[in-house]
Design a protein around this ligand. Structure first.
Ligand code: ARG
Length: 581
């Protein structure tokens, strides 16, 4: 049980005693540490229901509250219950963490299967900033879910069957540069795609040729299928390099094309079951009128009131759409993988698509916890969408290369003595960590401004700061004569800095599960920054190696726990810690 749960259970017992019936109660971490470590507004809520005086009720609850060995409590303001945890309770819990590989994190996801759908770039189109965000956020959520005991299936739902293939096939046949393709396949595919796209806009004959190539491909033409397959393989190989550098892994790469053969049958099923109907030759899903229009994803408000906003699943010309594929994909994940949950890490612009998808799935009888985990944009210094100087979308591979290069400069300045090969590997760890942390420490829904200097600062709210904190702690242990046996002593908390550090270490097990309540890795980022700051205050105020036993052991144990928690927390964000910096 976490401290918070322990408080809740003791509070529930007191409430039950006072009110004469089983009454659960919520406890939250205190907003302001001056008043305690945890708080509850239970007395106020219950007093309102029973028209009682909240402060008097709070006093009565405290009278029945047994907090022996755990905390002290007092009534504050209009009837808040404030709890302060006893240093001995923190010490006992911190001591338990020394022997716990999970650092107190409960397996809240045990027995559940979740598919995390993230990254999912489009073949032969450049990965844009949205894919960067999806890749980093999705990977972190998958790691967190895994750590919490979920069975996680990470699936890269590549856009590998879109209309872009008309252009690519045309470009492949008319302007492919084989040498360039071998050197950098993605860049060459993007080039032929862009050229064909521009040519098709300017010249109706080219447009016709592109369309004809696409029709041939979709009709199963052997030559076009072979080219498509080759594009796919090359693209995947290019992507795999980026993922390997980022240490992002997938269990499957089932792209859109995987579901092709199921689309026709799916549309028939929707027609038979009356979930969809034909409208102007297309097959569409309309509102079924069971929801208020403001909540109905198949309705939209226009000047003259609410009108239909159907999801098309088959075009009048027989073509299938993104929504059709996503319905087939969802069915596969539920039927084949027994998914209890599916998390889609995709930008805000696709919100309507997912609202329609989930509603259509519900009418189709597909149940589960389906979540669109949306995110905003990354902005450049000018606060506009991040672009390169030539106006192109920023490429993920280039961002990573530049991050590592800049990290190398920071490290060279900080520690010029490092051997060259070690400096390179540290720069990789620091540069990639900086990019990931900058992403994950943001509220995912807000647009954020990309700033190299800010993300690489050793003093700021950055990965390098956390990595450096970890390095500093490890250097304490290097000064010990032998290995540190974390089980060979007791934790004793005297100084306030020690208590605050222990408080945060014990909080880790409460913080990690809350990240998934609303899919907010930034809660973890904030927590780790707070932990590192508490460590530095502790380290300034409390001598460690020079302290006398038993304090010395206790402080070393706090150091050890801090470094393990930092390492584990960063690992959940896909960030490594170097040994030196
Ligand atoms: N390929 C899509 C895009 O780049 C993202 C796919 C997200 N996943 C999904 N199941 N729709 O916009």
């Amino acid at each position: 049980m976490t401290l918070l749960q322990e408080l809740e259970s003791r509070l529930a017992a007191a409430l039950t005693a006072v009110l004469g019936e089983p009454t659960p109660a919520a406890v939250t971490p205190a907003a302001d540490l001056r008043f305690g470590d945890y708080q509850s507004n239970a007395a106020m809520v219950l007093a309102k229901l029973r028209k009682a005086n909240p402060r008097a009720l709070a006093q009565e609850i405290i009278g029945h509250l047994d907090l022996t060995g755990l905390a002290t409590a007092e009534v504050a303001g209009p009837g808040f219950l404030n709890f302060r945890i006893l240093p001995t309770a923190y010490a006992a819990r911190a001591a338990a963490l020394l022997r716990d590989a999970r650092l107190g994190v409960p397996a809240t996801g045990a027995g559940r299967t979740v598919v995390v759908d993230f990254s999912a770039p489009n073949v032969a189109k450049p990965m844009h900033v949205g894919h960067i965000r999806s890749t980093i956020i999705g990977d972190s959520l998958a790691r967190i879910a895994r750590f919490l005991g979920y069975q996680v299936i990470a699936d890269n739902h590549l856009g590998d069957w879109g209309t872009q293939f008309g252009m690519i096939l045309h470009g492949w046949k008319t302007s492919l540069n084989v040498t360039a393709l071998e050197a950098d396949p993605i860049a060459e595919l993007v080039r032929i795609y862009r050229e064909a796209n521009a040519a098709a806009k300017a010249d109706p004959d080219t447009l016709e040729s592109c369309k004809a190539e696409l029709v041939k491909l979709q009709a199963g033409d052997g030559e076009n299928l072979a080219i498509w397959q080759q594009c796919l393989d090359l693209s995947k190989r290019g992507l795999q390099k980026i993922y390997a550098r980022l240490e992002v892994t997938f269990d499957h790469w089932l792209g859109e094309s995987y579901y092709n053969e199921h689309l026709a049958g799916l549309v028939d099923e929707f027609l038979e079951q009356g979930i969809a109907r034909v409208s102007n030759g297309a097959v569409c899903i309309f509102s079924d009128g069971t929801m208020p229009p403001a909540e109905d994803p198949f309705m939209v408000h226009k000047e003259d009131g609410w009108t239909d906003n159907p999801a098309i699943i088959r075009k009048a010309d027989g073509g299938f759409l993104y929504a059709t594929t996503d319905l087939a994909t969802l069915r596969f994940r539920i039927d084949e993988w027994q998914a209890d949950e599916v998390w889609y890490v995709v930008g805000v612009p696709q919100q309507l698509h997912f609202r329609q998808l989930f509603e259509a799935a519900a009418r189709w009888g597909k149940t589960g916890a389906f979540r669109h985990i949306a995110f905003g944009s990354i902005l450049g210094d000018d606060r506009k969408l991040m672009k390169t100087r030539s106006g192109d979308n920023v490429q993920l591979a280039e961002v990573l290369a530049e991050a590592v290069e800049r990290a190398a400069a920071v490290i060279a300045e900080k520690n010029p003595e490092l051997p060259a090969d070690e400096a390179i590997s540290i720069a990789e760890t620091v540069g990639l960590g900086a990019v990931k942390f900058a992403e994950l420490s943001q509220n995912r829904l807000t647009d954020y401004v990309f700033s190299w200097d800010r993300m690489l600062s050793l003093q700021g709210d950055t990965a390098p700061y956390l990595q450096y904190s970890h390095v500093r702690i490890r250097s304490i242990f290097r000064k010990l004569e032998g290995p540190f046996d974390a089980t060979a002593g007791e934790i004793v908390l005297g100084e306030n800095e020690e208590i605050q550090l222990a408080r945060l270490l014990v909080r880790f097990g409460e913080v990690v599960p809350t990240i998934l309540e609303d899919f907010r890795p930034n809660l973890l980022a904030n927590y780790l920054l707070e932990l590192a700051r508490a460590f530095h205050s502790f380290f300034e105020a409390c001598p460690v190696l020079k302290a006398a036993e038993p304090i010395r052991f206790s402080r070393l144990a706090l150091c050890d726990l801090t470094s393990r928690t930092l390492q584990q927390g960063l690992h959940l964000m896909g960030i490594r810690v170097p040994d030196r910096m």
